[in-house]
Design a protein. Structure first.
Lengths: 436, 436
């Protein structure tokens, strides 16, 4: 039943499997968290089941990335109740466990770190099926159950296959459904690995067969799935056919995975799983970094804005005649940066303005302030002084205009990159994926 | 009946009207040519009517541009007969008149210069109507007759209006149906001036109403004309509705006339009729001239090829990343030149290559030799070294490739223009029409 694995995959797996210590630590932390939570619930007279969910429960975490998702499953009520009754109880328990940090997704949850392991304590409702979920997290127990059933049906080896796939996605930079990545969630990796009977099955399908839209018949026939969902990858959630488990996957993440799969198929290498850290590099082409030093918004908002600002910046620069080859984004939650690469950061003094047709009522107005003009195939053209000849001043002025509509553009700084030292920037400047 | 004329137009007309001497010279030369021709025809036993046609007959030539079109009208036969019987007779007469030069249009004709005045002796058939023309020139007598009838109907003033229009067309560079100009023939100017009741009528219509397709209801209703003819300007020949008298008018000539009419409407000036000779000029933008020193083909062929080569050159340069703003052509019959203006004649070392989608079977082949590559919205892109960074070497190599298919590219020379002294080049380099 175990799929055949290449030398590379066997070696990689040795580094991916959790250590015995990690497994022991998971058990210990869950027992502790559970007992503290149960005490608080009892004290407050709340009915709630404390469960372990996610990769720690499914045994699919990657060595060194242990994280506990502790879900407290309450009898169905409404979201208001969570905020006012359930959440304060979980917060009290978290205080007893360590330094709690409050986070917000659809509703508030608590995160704490115990013995170096992040523990998230999440309130959810215990519903009868995933399709009856009141909040998004109510589906998680069904995902967990679904995967454990696959393990029972297929065997323990599928966990290793999931680990290989997750590590591959992580290595090539497309692991995670969050807006910073717009890639493949852990659950999606589990569904893919199961559907294609292992890591190599997924890689081979992506390398040879995938083209958008790619539809997996997990819980719906293809035609039905195509009617319901858009996007390059359609994977109806096996626990809830109303939902596309691959909804977060952007065209970029999708196609990066395909090209990486093609390259890996031709020449498997550990580089895909553990890409080398690039050495500090000097840009071949003029490269600029826009830095926004202080952010006042949650990460999902920051990343959303960052992407919007970057795209708008690139579009404006291109319309001014600057050939922007590529861009990259970075944020650590407290600051954000946009890197831009140009073919030329200095343009000639003149540009060509395209005017109306010679017979247009606006024709003479177009000519009025032009030093030089001519007629070409019915249309007027003119030479005019370019507004921006230097990329830096163009960036600065575009940012000023975008600022009014953006939270994140306060006090932005623009610098030409001489030597890229930070990892993300060195990777960008090196000009090709570190796994290629 | 005489249309009102502005100060400018009255002044210009003073310079356009033929002198009494020119009129006398016309009569003298025609009488002489006619008598020589009639002697030869008689001697050879040929029936043929010697007539004066064209602007010399119609009295619409511009002072200093007298030219005699002497047509010998034979009873209808075939084109072969012209070549073998009629033409040798005309050539014999021309030899008696001066140094004859043989030219070829649809069939051969003779050109000679007497007392500084070019005299063309053209064989034609005397047909019953223009639509029965056997050769193109058989229509000419009908054009002459048609215009003389207009003069009889409207009055002598229409000749002055035609002269103003022709001089305007000449001044702005769109006078002539030949391929070098692709503009307005003398006859078309006569039709326009008559249709719009004078020079100002044409100018005002072009400035305010003309947009392509412009259709004049000269000998056909508009719908009918639009079914039969294409092109920006449709003027059914008043003597033959099967023919568009404006067929030669290119979109460029058409729109140049419109924009010049708009400018003249706003601010009439003698400049439009007698544009100043531009002073030698240094180019603002990098400008190159391609020169073909020796030509071995008739002018119509040379101009046709010159235009084709220039367009192909511009297209190729643009696809290599060079922004060509405009071009101009020049030829004096023995050599030809193409001038090209660039925004930049030196491009950066790198360019961006657009590859196939990531899922294409050709994806890996695209990446193979690329130093740097990335994925953008599903597609692969790569940085690659530009083949040509200097305009001059790009021009040279494109010409080499075009040469195989061209008569005119032997021994071509490419030079960067430092100082433009020749009139056409100085005009090009000045960057706007001399009449604007």
């Amino acid at each position: 039943m175990t799929p055949s694995r290449s030398e590379v995959e066997r070696e990689v797996l040795e580094e991916l499997r959790p250590t015995r210590e990690e497994v022991r630590l998971r058990d210990e932390l869950f027992v502790k968290t559970k007992s503290v939570l149960e005490d608080v619930l009892k004290k407050r007279g709340l009915e709630g089941e404390v469960t372990l969910q996610g990769s720690a429960r499914k045994g699919t975490w990657l060595r060194g990335s242990l994280e506990l998702d502790v879900f407290v499953l309450f009898p169905p009520k409404d979201k208001e109740w969570i905020k006012e009754v359930a959440f304060p109880a979980l917060l009290e328990a978290a205080r007893a466990l360590g330094e709690p940090e409050v986070r917000f997704a659809e509703h508030p949850y608590v995160r704490t770190v115990i013995k170096g392991v992040p523990v998230e304590i999440v309130p959810a409702f215990k519903v009868r099926s995933a399709s009856e979920a009141i909040t998004a997290v109510d589906r998680t127990p069904f995902h967990t159950e679904w995967f454990l059933q696959q393990v029972r049906a297929l065997g323990d080896w599928i966990r290793d296959e999931v680990r290989l796939l997750k590590a591959f996605m992580k290595g090539i930079g497309v692991y995670g459904a969050e807006i910073a990545v717009q890639g493949f969630s852990g659950f999606l990796c589990e569904v893919l690995a199961t559907y294609y009977k292992g890591f190599r099955g997924v890689i081979e399908a992506a390398a040879r067969e995938w083209r958008p839209p790619t539809v997996l018949e997990t819980s719906l026939p293809k035609e039905e799935a195509l009617k319901r969902f858009e996007g390059p990858l359609v994977v109806p959630d096996p626990t809830d056919p109303k939902r596309n488990a691959a909804a977060a996957v952007s065209l970029n993440a999708y196609s990066t995975f395909i090209i990486a799969s093609k390259l890996y198929s031709v020449k498997p290498s550990k580089k895909f799983f553990f890409p080398p850290k690039p050495a500090p590099a000097r840009p071949v082409l003029p490269t600029y970094v826009v830095e926004v030093p202080a952010l006042r918004a949650p990460p999902e908002t920051v990343w959303g804005e960052l992407r919007r600002v970057a795209k708008s910046l690139v579009k404006n620069l291109r319309s001014l005649g600057f050939e922007v080859t590529r861009f990259a984004l970075w944020s650590d939650g407290s600051a954000a940066k946009i890197a831009l690469e140009f073919l030329q950061d200095s343009l000639p003094e003149w540009e060509v303005a395209k005017g109306p047709p010679a017979w247009s009522p606006h024709a003479l107005r177009f000519l009025r302030d032009k030093e030089s003009w001519w007629v070409d195939e019915g249309r007027l053209f003119a030479r005019r002084k370019r507004k921006y000849t230097e990329a830096k001043s163009a960036i600065a002025d575009i940012l000023k205009k975008l600022k009014a509509k953006s939270l994140i553009l306060e006090n932005s700084k623009i610098e030409r990159v001489e030597l890229a030292e930070e990892r993300w920037l060195a990777e960008f400047v090196s000009g090709r994926p570190p796994w290629s």
